[in-house]
Write a protein that binds this ligand. Sequence first.
Ligand code: HEC
Ligand code: HEC
Length: 235
Amino acid sequence: MFKIILLGFSLLFFAGCQEKHHSDLDGKKLLEQKCSKCHNLDLPPKTFVDEKAPPMMAVAFHIHDFIKASSESDKIPKAIEFVKDYVVNPSASKSFCDKASLKSYGVMPSQKGKVTQDELQAIAEYMFAHYTVKNMNDAQNLQNRLNKMPAGERIALQHNCFSCHKMNKDLVGPSFKKIATRNKSDLSTIESSIKNGSSKKYKHSRGAIMPAFGKKLSDKEIKTVAKWIYESNKK
Ligand code: HEC
Ligand code: HEC
């Protein structure tokens, strides 16, 4: 079902997203609370053989693709209305799922009494703002980048080390190359500074300190990122 949805999907999608009656409720949180039991919420989604329902990205793409509207800007409000109705009054005839998928999933059980119309407004607004082709591509690109990175660099990226350190240039903290040079034959100092923090070693940092990461990173992660910094001189 998935591929067809993606192919049929129009790139103009994002145009009508800023809605007038914008809900103040947290659509993301509500979606997690009320819908994740059956729908996988990841972007791009994980699919399982025995999944209970189509991934939420597929649902959002799907509805957006099949809803009829005179213009893109009419589409999102209509798509939101569809979700608000479908979740409490689902039926095989309303569903945009193809027959085979519908048969294998079964019609969605009505969520009447479990979610209010206001909550559904927020959920649906979030759905059509979050599950977009652009966001999916961005997420996919980031994932591809992460997959290709050495594990140490991935840890540094995921823990925001680059907000203070660059590879070749001093920032708030010294460059990773400078750190590698200073600790040329001392991997364990690099490890213990990441774990416990460090201060006053580098002149240019002018009193800025290296925060301790011992509570945020596992010992294994510390070893991995330390080794990556240690070897950065040789690259
Ligand atoms: C108990 C499991 C379950 C829960 C909880 C659930 N769903 Fe569903 N949902 C399904 C199944 C199964 C389908 C596919 C069959 C169908 O279209 O009815 C589906 C389909 C849908 C569709 C129609 C998709 C289409 O292509 O026509 C929408 C919209 C939807 N779900 C939204 C939601 C939202 C929003 C929530 C949270 C408020 C939610 N669902 C919670 C099981 C669930
Ligand atoms: C808030 C800014 C900041 C962040 C975030 C930060 N650092 Fe630092 N780091 C510094 C500063 C400043 C120094 C220099 C401290 C000094 O002068 O001793 C430093 C020094 C270091 C050193 C050298 C210590 C030594 O003994 O030579 C290492 C290794 C290091 N950082 C690794 C990391 C890693 C890995 C991360 C991410 C997990 C990270 N840093 C995140 C600011 C930061």
